[in-house]
Design a protein around this ligand. Structure first.
Ligand code: AMP
Length: 420
C-alpha cells in the first residue's frame, strides 16, 4: 500500500467495477444523443460568483459545501458543485442562443464536488450526466427530459424508481406564496438555524427531513393553491404529456430541491432501494437563471442524474449489466521468435478491431494460460518454434478446451470469422 489514500469522501473506480460506470454514463447519454442534444464540456472550476449568484447564496450547496479557493493571482474560483450554471455560462459565452436555433440542447458528463458529510451514496467527489434545453418555454421540453431520463433508467433495467413532480411557480406567483409560507413558518417552534432559513429561503424548510419539523408543517400553505393560471396550465400540460407517454409520476407538493434557480417544473427520480440518499437524479425549469448570471431572458429546463447512485441502484435491484468482453483473444508466445511474431499478430488483430491482449515479460506456458483465463478471452493464441516452422499458430477455445492450428498468414480473418 502507498503512504497515501484517496481523500475522505472519495473513492477510486477500479476494473472490473469501473466498466459499470462507463456503461451507466453511456446508457444515460444514448437517449440524449438520439434526441438532438449536443455534447458540451466545461472546466472543472469556475468563478465562484457564478455559483453564488446562480445556485444561490442561501443554499447549502453554496454556503456550506463549495470547494472555493483563491488562486495565486487572487482570482476566486470554486470546484463546480453542479453542472447547470456552468453549461449556461458556456452557452452564453459562445452565443449559442444567438444562432437562431432555440432551444439549444446540450448534454454533459463529468465530476462534481461538494463538501458534504460522506455516507453511502453521498460523496465529496461524484459523477453526473446532465442535459439542458436552453432558451425555450415549452412543456414538451420539460416532458421530453423526464421521458429521456426514464428511458435511460429503464434501458439499464431499473424499475424500482419513482418520479416526483411539482411546480414551483414563476416570478408572478411564487413571491405571493413565499410570503404566505413565511407567515406560517414564523409561527412555528423552530431552532435558530431553521428560523434563519425561514427568512432567507422559506421554501427550503419544506424540504427539512426532520420529524420535529415535518410534524409542524401539516397545514402549511401549498404552492399548488397559489399557482397563477399560466403556471397551472403549463404544469397541467407537462403532466398530460408524461401520461400520454406512459411515464408514471407522483405529484409531490413539497418537492423544492436544493437550488434557488428552479421555477415551474421540478422533478426528482428517487430509488426505493437506496436508503436515505435515495435521489438518483433531478432537475427542473430555471427560467430566471440566465438573467441572474448576466444574460438575456432564456427560459430553460434541465436535469442531472447521479452516476454513483445509479450504480448503487443497479446493485440494489440485483442487476448485472451485460458488459462487452474486454478481451476476445489472448496471445501466448513460447520463446523469443514466437514473441516477435505473435506481437505482430496482436497488433494486426487490434487494428482489425479485435480486443486482444498479450502475455508479457516472458511468462511460461502455465502462467500465461492463467492470465489468458483471467482475461476472460474467448480464444488463446499459442505459438512455439515448431508452430512457426509450420507457418501456423494454435487457436485454443477457452470454453471447450479444443485447440486447432490456423495458418499464420490468414489468422486475422480466421479469428474474426470465429468471433462473428
Ligand atoms: P442535485 O444537483 O443536488 O440535484 O443532484 C443531482 C444528482 O446528483 C442527485 O440526484 C444524486 O444522484 C447526485 N448527487 C448529488 N450530490 C451527490 C453527492 N454528494 N454524492 C453522490 N451523488 C450526488
Amino acid at each position: 500500500m502507498s503512504t497515501f489514500q484517496a481523500p475522505k469522501g472519495t473513492y477510486d473506480l477500479i476494473p472490473p467495477e469501473s466498466a459499470k460506470y462507463l456503461a451507466v454514463r453511456e446508457a444515460i447519454a444514448a437517449p440524449l444523443k438520439n434526441s438532438g442534444y449536443g455534447y458540451i464540456e466545461t472546466p472543472g472550476f469556475e468563478n465562484v460568483e457564478l455559483f453564488s449568484r446562480g445556485v444561490g447564496e442561501s443554499t447549502d450547496i453554496v454556503s456550506k459545501e463549495m470547494y472555493a479557493f483563491e488562486t495565486k493571482g487572487g482570482t476566486k474560483l470554486a470546484l463546480r458543485p453542479e453542472g447547470t450554471a456552468s453549461v449556461l455560462r458556456a452557452a452564453l459565452q459562445a452565443n449559442l442562443h444567438k444562432l437562431g436555433n432555440l432551444p439549444v440542447k446540450l448534454w454533459y458528463s463529468g465530476s462534481y464536488y461538494r463538501y458534504e458529510r460522506p455516507q453511502k451514496g453521498r460523496y465529496r467527489h461524484f459523477s453526473q450526466v446532465g442535459a439542458e434545453a436552453i432558451g425555450a418555454e415549452d412543456p414538451a421540453l420539460d416532458a421530453e427530459l423526464i421521458i429521456l431520463a426514464d428511458q435511460a433508467y429503464r434501458t439499464l433495467g431499473l424499475s424500482q424508481f419513482r418520479i416526483l413532480l411539482n411546480s414551483l411557480g414563476d416570478k408572478e406567483c411564487r413571491p405571493v406564496y413565499r410570503d404566505a409560507l413565511q407567515g406560517f413558518l414564523r409561527g412555528l417552534e423552530l431552532d435558530e438555524d431553521t428560523r434563519r432559513r425561514v427568512e432567507i429561503n422559506p421554501l427550503r424548510v419544506l424540504d427539512d427531513k426532520r420529524a420535529v419539523v415535518q410534524k409542524q408543517l401539516v397545514g402549511a400553505p401549498l404552492l399548488r393553491d397559489y399557482l397563477c393560471d399560466a403556471c397551472k396550465a403549463y404544469h397541467e400540460e407537462v403532466r398530460e404529456l408524461l401520461t400520454a407517454a406512459g411515464v408514471a409520476y407522483q405529484d409531490d407538493e413539497k418537492l423544492v430541491r436544493g437550488l434557488d434557480y428552479y421555477t415551474r417544473t421540478t422533478f426528482e427520480f428517487v430509488h426505493d432501494g437506496l436508503g436515505s440518499q435515495s435521489a438518483v437524479g433531478g432537475g427542473g425549469r430555471y427560467d430566471g437563471l440566465s438573467e441572474m448570471i448576466g444574460g438575456p431572458a432564456l427560459p430553460s429546463v434541465g436535469w442531472a442524474l447521479g452516476v454513483d447512485r445509479t450504480v448503487l441502484a443497479l446493485e440494489a435491484e440485483g442487476i448485472e449489466l451485460e458488459l462487452p468482453a474486454t478481451t476476445s483473444v489472448f496471445a501466448v508466445p513460447l520463446g523469443e521468435e514466437a514473441r516477435r511474431v505473435l506481437f505482430g499478430l496482436v497488433t494486426e488483430l487490434r487494428r482489425a478491431g479485435v480486443a486482444t491482449d498479450f502475455s508479457y515479460a516472458g511468462k511460461g506456458l502455465k502462467g500465461a494460460m492463467k492470465s489468458a483465463n483471467r482475461s476472460g478471452a474467448r480464444y488463446a493464441l499459442v505459438a512455439g518454434e515448431r508452430d512457426l516452422a509450420e507457418g501456423v499458430v494454435q487457436l485454443k477455445d477457452m470454453q471447450s478446451g479444443e485447440q486447432s492450428p490456423v495458418a499464420l498468414a490468414d489468422a486475422v480473418d480466421a479469428i474474426r470469422e470465429r468471433l462473428a
